[in-house]
Write a protein of this length. Structure first.
Length: 324
């Protein structure tokens, strides 16, 4: 790669192709606030980036600092390659990556007015007015102030006034929230992975017998709460399996390392060393890097890793026996 220790451009478009940028790309004068950054090939940027418009045309990209755009961060729909953003990414307007052959990894939070992502991994959370996700994995939460659409994705949790889901949606946490009833396309399935043995699956071992995914019913698992104050009243709907999860904990089920796995993903850029889940039963150790974790969850999403299904039912007799 051609090493650039200092960025100096006279026009309003900075084109990067096979470059290692050793500094941040930040405006030094008012005129540079209108500068666009265009990635045309393999590029590494070791600092932060501010741009009016940030475009990715093709190639591998790594940005080690935070990124903010005045208008849009955009991945061309015909782009091929991958990008990893080590810190938070924000935009005053939109973040759009819908290329089916381009994998984007956000290792921090994503914040914009509008977020549309496909084939993306987000280790943090997403905050936006409108959010559309397809074939994505979000370890944290998805928080939309207006509209949310989720198609065939794995989500930590979500909270939105209006939510539309389709295909298969997995939740990593016990509950998700909306104001209006979820609009589910016919044939849509929603599963909760709170009691799945993700640690064993990550290490390539057999999952525990008392673990698995729980199929959620958007009718039976809906709880409606009314929040009141002196002046306002609001209805919140929660879709939850929290009772089943708490009962399972009372039965003292094996710990599945789920919390450790998810924490390693969300805090990966802040950890001083790389951890693993240990070696058991002659298996091989597997580092908890952001790349390994993202590949693991995409294997679940694509059906390459099958999680057994469990009913989520429990016996009060077994719980009582536990405390005798």
């Amino acid at each position: 790669m051609n090493e650039l220790k200092e960025i100096r451009v006279n026009d309003q478009r900075l084109l990067l192709n096979d470059n290692l940028v050793k500094s941040s790309i930040l405006p030094r004068a008012a005129s540079e606030l209108e500068r666009d950054v265009v990635i045309q090939g393999d590029t590494i940027i070791e600092g932060a980036v501010y741009a009016k418009y940030f475009e990715i045309q093709k190639g591998k990209l790594e940005v080690q600092g935070a990124v903010f755009t005045q208008i849009e961060l955009h991945v061309n729909t015909d782009a091929k390659g991958s990008a990893i953003f080590r810190k938070a990414v924000g935009s005053a307007d939109s973040i759009v990556s819908l290329a089916p052959s381009y994998r984007v990894i956000f290792q921090g939070d994503v914040n914009a007015k509008q977020v549309k992502l496909r084939n993306a991994f987000i280790a943090g959370s997403i905050f936006a007015d409108e959010i559309v996700l397809e074939d994505c994995v979000v370890i944290g939460g998805v928080f939309a102030s207006l509209n949310l659409e989720i198609n065939n994705s794995i989500i930590g949790t979500f909270n939105a006034p209006l939510a539309r889901i389709s295909k298969v949606v997995h939740l990593l946490l016990p509950s998700a929230f909306t104001v209006e009833k979820i609009n589910a396309i016919p044939g849509t399935e929603m599963y909760n992975l709170s009691l799945a043995d993700l640690g064993s699956l990550f290490k390539g071992q057999e999952q525990s017998k008392n673990s698995g995914k729980i199929k959620m019913s958007m009718e039976a698992d809906e709880l409606k709460s009314v929040l009141r104050s002196e002046d306002t009243q609001q209805i919140i709907r929660s879709y939850t399996v929290i009772g089943k999860v708490l009962a399972a904990d009372l039965l003292d089920i094996d710990k599945f390392n789920n919390h450790f796995l998810l924490t390693a993903a969300s805090l990966g850029s802040q950890l001083l060393r790389t951890y693993d889940l240990g070696i058991e039963n002659g298996g091989e150790g597997k580092s908890l890097t952001i790349e390994n974790i993202s590949n693991f969850f995409f294997d679940i999403l694509l059906g390459k890793i099958d999680i057994q299904e469990m009913s989520g039912e429990f016996s009060m007799k077994d719980i009582v026996e536990k405390f005798k």
